[in-house]
Design a binder for this molecule. Structure first.
Ligand code: AMP
Length: 307
């Protein structure tokens, strides 16, 4: 009997609902400073690092799990996106999340829905150029999730650096009263950035995938030796990745981390090196700030500035 009580307590510490209105009401009942984490599920240590940071800095953490259809193009992997709900519920519970929203596309975009948010300049390059409509989907869903979760602080991963810049711009332009915190990219032992899409890699592809990180490191080393010419920094990453037969480079780019404007000639101001490569089916993203020492706790948060 006693064991049963303990079990039910443990299970019900995390409140889960798929109903946005109910979630918002439960969220309003929470007291103190609230941190929020937004995910598409298939949780890994990268997601959980955001939760753990949010827990450390707030009185309670709320989270969302929603594979948002409007940020996937027709030809993209929406139906194949990994879904591991039971594992995710347990992971959120263990990580100390108080309240979780798991909405459906129908409750997020009910019949008659007709509003979307376009962030202009910072969505034009990089992923925006390769995935038309992607950032309209992202900005719109994040605005909705901000209103549903009402956080004091919202936590995002540097792994999706352009997403952070877009969300930051949207939050500033629309006067969302919250702080955006950018957390460092969590990596596997060989440097591969953790990603739900890594689950699609076969064993040889998984081995090859660390080449993205090695490419970033190569550019970082050249930068440390004093190189600032954009073409040479990009080429340092390119040479490493192009040498891997399983990798097909989509793009490698050097941008201002605040505005995402392409860098013509790097100065000593921090720059963002982004790269995307396909290893088999999955398109893998990675990035780093140069100089490499900046890829720590607060660099991108600081660079983007407060709301
Ligand atoms: P996703 O579920 O892929 O949409 O990611 C949800 C959040 O987790 C986003 O803010 C991501 O940037 C962040 N995230 C994803 N992978 C990582 C990682 N390897 N390290 C840190 N944050 C991550």
């Amino acid at each position: 009997m006693q064991r049963w009580n303990l079990l039910t307590k443990a299970i019900f510490r995390l409140k889960v609902t798929d109903n946005p209105a109910e979630f918002q009401a439960l969220r309003r009942a929470l007291k103190g400073r609230i941190g929020a984490v937004y995910t598409m599920g298939a949780l890994h240590e990268g997601h959980l690092s955001l939760v753990s940071r949010a827990r450390a800095e707030n009185d309670a953490v709320v989270a969302t799990l929603f594979v948002n259809p409007t940020q996937f193009a027709q030809n993209e992997d929406l139906s194949r996106y990994p879904r591991t709900l039971e594992h995710d519920l347990e992971a959120f519970e263990r990580a100390g999340v108080s309240l979780l929203l798991t909405p459906t596309p129908e409750t997020m975009y009910p019949s008659g829905y007709q509003t979307s948010i376009t962030v202009e300049k910072v969505t034009q390059g990089l992923e925006g150029a390769h995935r038309p409509g992607h950032f309209v989907g992202v900005a719109t869903v994040v605005a909705k999730l901000f209103n549903l979760t009402l956080p004091d602080r919202a936590y995002f991963g540097q792994k999706d650096a352009q997403q952070v810049v877009v969300v930051r711009q949207m939050a500033r332009d629309l006067n969302f009263p919250l702080e955006i915190i950018v957390c460092p990219t969590v990596r596997e032992a060989d440097g591969l950035a953790m990603s739900s899409r890594n689950a699609f890699l076969t064993a040889p592809q998984r081995q090859a995938a660390s080449v993205l990180y090695r490419g970033l490191q190569a550019a970082g080393e050249v930068y440390t030796r004093g190189e600032r010419a954009t073409a040479r920094l990009i080429d340092a990453a390119y040479q490493v990745i192009a040498a891997e037969p399983l990798a097909e480079i989509d793009y490698i780019a050097l941008n201002d981390p605040r505005t995402l404007a392409p860098i013509v000639e790097a100065t000593d101001a921090p720059v963002l090196l982004s790269l995307v490569a396909r290893i088999g089916t999955p398109r893998l993203l990675d990035n780093c700030l140069l100089p490499l020492e900046l890829n720590n706790l607060q660099a991108l948060t600081r660079l983007l500035g407060g709301t």
